[in-house]
Ligand binder design. Sequence first.
Ligand SMILES: *Cc1c(COP(=O)(O)O)cnc(C)c1O
Length: 354
Amino acid sequence: MSKFLRDAYAALEPYTPGEQPRSQTLLKLNTNENPYGPSPNVLQAISREEISKLMLYPDPAAGTLVNALAETYHVAPEQVMAGNGSDEILAFCFMAFQNPRRKLYFPAISYGFYPVYGAVFQADWTPVPLREDLTIRIGDYENLDGTIIIANPNAPTGIALERADMERILRANRGNLVIVDEAYVDFGAESCVPLIHQYDNLLVIQTFSKSRSLAGGRIGFAIGDRALIEDLNRLKFSFNPYTLNRLSIAAAVAALRDRAYFETTRGKIMAARETLTAGLSSLGFTVLPSKANFIFAKSNRLSGLEYFTKLRENNIIVRHFNKEPVSQYVRITIGRDRDMEQLLQVTADLLRKG
Ligand SMILES: *Cc1c(COP(=O)(O)O)cnc(C)c1O
C-alpha cells in the first residue's frame, strides 16, 4: 500500500474471483462459465473487417446492441443500457443511486461483489439473513427504507423467487429502487423484465457471460424505466463513454440474433443440471433446487472444504466459500454431460475410499 491511497480504501477487501488456472487438463467448474462457447455467428461477426475498424472509437451508446436488446426483450431502446459486464452496470448503479445516507439492503448470502461495491462507493448497506434453508424471506424486504438488490436466481444458492414474489417486493417499496440481478435467469427462472412497464422503481440487470457464453467479452445490460436508464447513462458518459469495445458489441449482437443456439445450449445445461442433482442426491448429497447454471450441494459424509480439496486433487475445480452458513457446501458449475459424468464418477470413488 502506498502512502497516497485514500484512507477510506485502506481496509478495502477486493472481490475474489474464482481461479482461472492455466492448465488445460483441469475440469473447470468454478466460475459458472458456459461450456458450449459462443454461437458460431459470433465468430463470423468478429470479422477482419470489424478488426480493421479498431482504429476508430466504438459507438459510445452501443446503438446496434441496445436496439437488438430492445427488440429481443420487447422494450424501447430508451429502456436499455449496455455496459462492460453486469459488474460495471452494478458499479454505475452504486455511483448513481447510493450515498452514505441512503440505505442499501441485499441478502447476507448473495453475490460477493455487492459488499465490495458497498465499500468502494461508501454505501450504507445491511445484509439481510436468509432462512435456515437458504431461501429469501419476502417479508424481510417489505417496506424497507432504502435500495434493495436481489440476485434472482440467487448466487451461490441457485434458488429463484417467482415473479409474483418479486412483484410483492416491488409493490411494498414504491419509494425505493429495487435492482434485480438476473445473471442466471435464462436457466429456468422468471424474469422481471415484463414488470418494468408498471414499476418505475425496478431495474433489471442481465449479462452475456453465462447463458450466451461470452464471459470474456464483458457484456452486460440493464433494462428499466427510462429515467433510471437516463441516470445510468449520465454516470456512464461522465466516467467512461466507451465502455464497450467494437468487437464485444459485434459479438453481443450476433449472439442475441442466434436464438436457436441459445435455446439449444441452455436446454442442455438445464437437463445436465437435473441429471447432476439426481446423481449427487443418490450419493447422499443435499442439493438446493437450482434455476441457475450451477448447483449448491453438501455431502452427508465430507465437509465442504474436504470435498472441494479432494475434487481438486482429482483435477476438478469447484468453488467453496469459507463462510457461514454455507461452509459445508460447494458450488459446482454445470458443464457438458461428460463433465458431469466425470464429476459423479470421481465423487462416487471418493466416497467409496472414505
Ligand atoms: C456472474 C455474475 C455477475 C457478473 O457478470 P458479468 O456480466 O460477467 O460482470 C453478476 N451478478 C451475478 C449474481 C453473477 O453471478
